[in-house]
Structure formats: C-alpha cells, structure tokens
Write a protein that binds this ligand. Structure first.
Ligand SMILES: Nc1ncnc2c1ncn2[C@@H]1O[C@H](COP(=O)(O)OP(=O)(O)OP(=O)(O)O)[C@@H](O)[C@H]1O
Ligand SMILES: [Mg+2]
Length: 265
C-alpha cells in the first residue's frame, strides 16, 4: 500500500507521518518512508540519528544518477528527450537509510516545477521510482508531502493508493483539502481520507469540519488533540512517538491506521 500525507503548511503532516510509520512498524510491517518535502524533516521526526541523516542526499539532487538513468542532466536542457522509463529498481536499497524498527527512509528533495507540471528528468526519475516500488503485503510506503497543492501539478503522488489529508480545525485547511481532492482525482487517485489535528473541542471541531468534508467525499478517519508536548518534541528535535503519555497518542494513531486499512481493503 502506498499512502501520501498531504495538507496545508504546518498542520502536522510530518508529525502524523512519523507516528503512522511507528504504528505500522509496531504491526511488523516493513515501513518505507519517502520525504518529498523540499526542506526534509521526516528523518529526525523518525528518530534517525543526525550522523546518519548527514549522509543522505536527496534523489533529485543526484545529478550524476539522474543523468545516468534518464540520459539528461537535471536543469540543463528541459527540451531534451530523456528516457521515460529509467532504471529505478536498485534506488531504494542504494539510497535509503535505515532507522528505528528497520524503517527505511528515502529523501526525494526539491523538484522545481517548470511552467505547468514538470517535464524534467528528475521528476521522471522520481515518478518512475514511486510507481515501480513494488511492495509486498507486509510493506507500506508513506510519503510526507510538501505543504499545499503545488506538488500535485508534478504528479509525484499519482501512484498512491490513498491520500491522507491533514487538517487543523479551520477553513483555511478545508480550502486546501478541497483543492487536494480535486487535483488528486484528476491524477486518478481514488481514495481520500482526512485526519483532524490540533483539535481543542473534538465534537464541535469534527462536526464543523465534517459538514464541509462530507459533501466532498472525504471521510474523517480520526482526530488528534492539540498537545503541547508535540510542540516541545519539535523544539527539542525529538520524535513525536517519544513524548510523555505517547501511549494515548499511539492508540489514536492505531485507530486511524485501522481505518486506513479498511478503506484500502
Ligand atoms: N496535535 C498537535 N498539537 C500541537 N502541536 C502539534 C500537533 N501536531 C503537530 N504539532 C506541531 O505543529 C508544528 C508543525 O508540525 P509538522 O512539522 O508535523 O507539520 P507539517 O504539516 O509537516 O509542516 P510543513 O508544512 O512545514 O511540512 C510542529 O511544531 C509540531 O510539533
Ligand atoms: Mg512537514
């Protein structure tokens, strides 16, 4: 299963990606994480040591690799013909790092959009990579996306089985969710779900947001309370799964995980 975590800036995408990864790993899934944010931060949220992260080069910055696989150097010649089916099968093993619970992390990095969409070799390589990552029943790919909707034009999420949209209780989040749903559908994505994060009054927040999301066909799969320990975790650069009282948080994440499973299967 391939899952992409999307939503407005700062709503908690990276936090939820890291927590879900932990929940899947606890269920003995082989968990493969993709950081598709131009300023990658998933590695430290997963608790991968800085020394390990230091050695991680984003795929989109590997000029030599991109040139070797697509036949075109990135950035130099947007009009050039490049191989649309570059070899990618060895990339996950070669360029990912291993974190706690045997999770693996691959960093995609920045793909600059040229005009509408991005018909460039780095995008071709990344898209192919995500499409051809073959996962067995016990494997899950979770991709932490860049904030907003710009990346949807690049089609990196085209091959995802489910888009999980993270929202804060607010209409600005809803607006972005609406756009994600529309653009995601245009890319052929069939399943969508929402997680409400930083909730202060669950029943009220959920009622108001659900009134907006329900007509769009986006089910709310769960809600996480506002939790100042998560802010401290970020402040001290610690994984959210390690905060005090994380048992409750992990229970709520496990509920969300179960709902994700029921949507997919
Ligand atoms: N439930 C929560 N309660 C309080 N703070 C939270 C909660 N979830 C996340 N945060 C905090 O909100 C901030 C943004 O979270 P995070 O980095 O996960 O968001 P993001 O959507 O990935 O942001 P970006 O769009 O920059 O990638 C962090 O400081 C994080 O600790
Ligand atoms: Mg993030």
């Amino acid at each position: 299963m391939k899952l992409a975590i999307t939503g407005k800036g700062g709503v908690g995408k990276t936090t939820i990606t890291a927590l879900l990864a932990q929940a899947y790993a606890q269920k003995k899934y082989k968990t493969f994480l993709v950081d598709a944010d131009p300023s990658p931060s998933l590695g430290s949220a997963l608790g991968i040591p800085k020394d390990t992260l230091k050695n991680l080069t984003p795929i989109s910055e590997m000029s030599k690799l991109i040139q070797e696989r697509t036949g075109v150097a990135p950035g130099t010649n947007y009009g050039a013909m490049f191989k649309l089916n570059p070899k990618v099968d060895d990339i996950p093993d070669k360029f990912s790092v291993t974190g706690p619970n045997n999770m693996r992390l691959l960093v995609v990095g920045t793909i600059k959009a040229a005009g509408t969409g991005c018909f460039c070799p780095e995008n071709a390589l990344v898209k192919r990579l995500l499409k051809h990552l073959i996962l067995s029943e016990e494997e899950i790919l979770i991709m932490d996306m860049e904030a907003g909707i710009e990346h949807l034009g690049r089609g990196t999420i085209q091959n995802m089985d489910l888009l999980l949209i993270v929202l804060e209780p607010g209409m600005r989040s809803v607006k972005v969710a609406e756009q994600i749903k529309r653009l995601g559908e245009e890319l052929g994505i069939k399943r969508f779900g929402a997680v409400l994060n930083k909730v202060q009054d669950r029943s009220l927040d959920e009622k108001i947001i659900n009134r907006k999301l329900s007509p769009l066909g986006i089910p709310i799969l769960g809600a996480l309370p506002f939790n100042k320990d998560l802010i401290s975790a970020d402040l001290y650069d610690l994984p959210p799964s390690e905060i005090e009282g994380s048992e409750d948080l992990m229970k709520q994440i496990e509920d969300i995980r179960t709902k994700i499973e029921s949507i997919i299967h």
